[in-house]
Design a protein around this ligand. Structure first.
Ligand code: GLA
Ligand code: ZN
Length: 667
């Protein structure tokens, strides 16, 4: 298992390198991610390349037997390039042209950037491509943001022309007769930033246009990635290529990106108050990008971040349990940012395996060393193990963008937040979940949830219908089925193409101010509790074949259905028309799990998480205590053996603070 992280010897004098080599060994570090931000050193001027320092670093790591994750260094531009070729820097949402600055900020459509990046990567690939210690290529770093410069405007016009063919089709797609925005010529297409039709990250005058710009921007950066990858492939046909992603990062359609990546890697930076289930969900999303394949944890901090408002230390044991949580959800590597704490600039207070004191006699180092030894002991037991989930949650970046651009009915609706509420109900039961794209094979699942599936693109409704017809259970919510791929409403009543499947018709959507509540009551008294509060959005809907499971009990729409279910083929389609208290969602999901016979590892004390991965008929069950208190786990491990300690499993398990167990059935 790769264990190591971002290593920047170029920031340090040579004697420190030797120290690093000595110290890393003590922590069973076996890998180093290098050359992530070295363009300025590798190419000190337009016609000059210098690989001498990188040669030395690679030689040193090779001599010491480290696996290398080799960066391509294109995430930060050299100063000379910005000075001589200003088109390599971006124009931002406010329309401001940026100077040489920061990182992750090249213009993706700058031909100078493309040319220089291609040349650099070509030289790197030629030089190191078949080096036996180079195990992974790490292209650029955390691709992010967007550009609105003239080159991007031009490229966007080509992208739009390619997609729509005629300007009339564009007018139609973006509904440009509204406000007399009819376009006559391709040149009339203006990037939707603040100086154009953009309003903010979460508002757009013409969402169809803004969504297309997001698609275009994601494609543009992806094209940069693909360009580098192809350059690598000219010299190196086999070494896997990745770039580090960022969970549910909004601007990039990671499902599309993953198709071009050999392996998914991502950077996990929960803050001190990030819900555990949120981190779990991010891992599942990252695993879902390449179904059935493990991912890499490219970065986590061993101790603390520097860029959050409050950079609390990870309590003793917490880094370990977080690492196992990552592995439990599908990671095959554990890597840190960073190996040695930098002495200056913005990340000098970011945690590292080696702290500013410079030696290994620290708590953080000791914990990294203990984990390193444990992971070494596991060898490749868990490598490639898969998650077996019977529940899928649909996630779609187009939908993410569209939903959050809407003007009305409420400003409180955030996509990931909505997904999270449903994910949480499954997490609560320690039930495994796959987070899946719209083109996933739904037949693998018994239960598919699609909270706020606002945008229904061509073919999606039919696909969900087939899934339900064949016996699947499907659940969706308010703000679903409303628009097409261009954000134009599916006319004829909400939820548009899902209407028949759900057997309902939504007439109006009420948005409640934050302090307002309605109540929902279950129709039958087979539920734990009869009545719950609800808030935010309330659909006013009519039954068209569905059955009311719950209805509103106040306001002028009192008595109208608030939760419905519809028998469709051999399956059932559920609709939750409002945002109820979490306990009510829990009841509904518990009911669906029960009817489908989906049993997880059961409800556990707060802070206990159980999930598993399987390999060659063996299931590895990870039990994790994310809290500072001892907890009693209520799962019978009598016939099991523990992997880390070889201890026999028992009927009950008292798990120490931040404790971890990995159980397998005895042979
Ligand atoms: C990101 C970057 C790293 C570093 C860390 C700090 O993940 O990829 O270069 O800046 O954040 O948390
Ligand atoms: Zn640009």
């Amino acid at each position: 298992m790769l264990y190591g992280g971002d290593y920047n010897p170029e920031q340090w004098p040579r004697e420190i390198w030797d120290e690093d080599m000595r110290i890393f060994k003590k922590a069973a570090i076996n890998t180093a991610t290098i050359n992530v931000f070295s363009w300025a050193n590798l190419q000190p001027s337009e016609n000059e390349y210098d690989f001498s320092e990188l040669d030395e670093i690679i030689e040193m790591l090779t001599n010491e037997n480290y696996d290398i994750v080799l960066g391509t260094s294109t995430a930060a531009l050299p100063a000379w390039m910005c000075r001589k070729y200003p088109d390599v820097t971006r124009v931002d949402f406010e329309g401001r042209k940026h100077h040489f600055s920061h990182r992750h900020n090249h213009c993706p459509n700058s031909s100078n950037f493309q040319l220089f990046a291609q040349k650099l990567v070509s030289k790197l690939a030629e030089r190191y491509g078949n080096h036996p210690n180079v195990k992974i290529w790490h292209i650029s770093n955390e691709y992010s943001g967007e550009c609105y410069c003239d080159n991007c405007a031009k490229a966007f016009r080509d992208w739009v022309r390619d997609k729509y063919k005629t300007i009339e089709a564009v007018n139609e797609a973006w509904n440009m007769t509204f406000w007399g925005h009819r376009l006559y010529d391709w040149e009339d297409i203006i990037p939707p930033n603040y100086l154009g039709d953009g309003i903010s990250d979460t508002a757009a005058a013409f969402a169809g246009l803004s969504i297309d710009y997001r698609r275009f921007n994601s494609d543009s950066l992806l094209a940069n990635f693909v360009m580098e990858k192809e350059e690598i492939r000219r010299y190196d046909e086999t070494t896997p290529v990745t770039t580090n992603l960022m969970g549910a990062y909004k601007p990039l359609d990671y499902f599309k990106w993953a198709k071009e990546m050999d392996i998914v890697s991502w950077d996990n930076y929960p803050s001190h108050n990030t819900p555990l289930s949120h981190t779990a969900m991010n891992h599942d999303l990252m695993r879902g990008l390449k179904y059935g394949q493990s991912f890499m944890l490219m970065e986590q901090t061993p101790s603390q971040q520097n860029w959050q408002p409050y950079n609390s230390l990870k309590r003793p044991g917490k880094m370990r349990v977080q690492s196992y949580q990552t592995i439990a959800h599908g990671a095959d590597t554990i890597q840190f940012f960073q190996m040695r704490r930098s002495k200056g600039a913005t990340e000098k207070f970011h945690g590292a395996v080696i702290e500013h004191v410079g030696h290994e006699e620290t708590r953080v180092f000791r914990e990294a060393a203990e984990l390193g030894k444990e992971l070494a002991q596991l060898e490749d037991t868990l490598i490639g193990a898969e998650t077996k989930a019977r529940v899928g949650i649909l996630f779609d970046w187009d939908n993410y963008w569209a939903l959050e651009y809407t003007s009305g009915p409420t400003v409180d609706l955030y996509y990931v937040d909505q997904i999270q509420r449903y994910y949480e109900t499954l997490y609560h039961n320690n039930v495994a979940v796959d987070i899946i794209p719209l083109d996933a094979d739904l037949e693998k699942y018994d239960l598919v949830l699609a909270p706020v599936l606002y945008m229904i693109k061509e073919g999606v409704a039919e696909k969900i219908e087939r899934f339900v017809e064949n016996g699947g259970t499907f659940l969706t919510t308010y703000m679903s089925g409303i628009v097409d791929q261009s954000d134009n409403v599916h006319l004829g009543g909400y939820p548009g193409p899902l209407r028949e499947l759900l057997g309902i018709w939504v007439e109006e959507v009420d948005a409640l101010a934050p302090e307002k509540r309605n109540t929902v009551e279950f129709v039958k008294d087979e539920w734990d509790k009869n009545s719950y509060e609800c808030r935010m959005l309330c659909d006013l809907l009519h039954l068209e074949g569905a059955e009311a499971v719950a209805h509103y009990s106040s306001d002028f729409y009192k008595g109208m259905p608030a939760v419905t279910k519809n028998a469709f083929g051999k399956g059932e389609a559920w609709y939750v028309a409002t945002l109820p208290e979490q306990e009510m969602l829990q009841e509904i999901i518990d009911h669906l799990l029960e009817t489908k016979g989906i049993v997880g590892f059961g409800v556990q004390p707060e802070g206990i998480e159980i999930t598993s991965r399987s390999k060659e008929d063996k299931e590895y069950i990870f039990v994790m205590n994310h809290t500072e208190e001892e907890k009693n786990v209520t799962y019978n491990f009598e016939d099991y053996q523990e992997l880390l300690s070889s201890a026999e499993g028992k009927e009950t398990l008292q798990l120490e603070p931040f404790g971890v167990r990995i159980y397998t059935k005895k042979a």
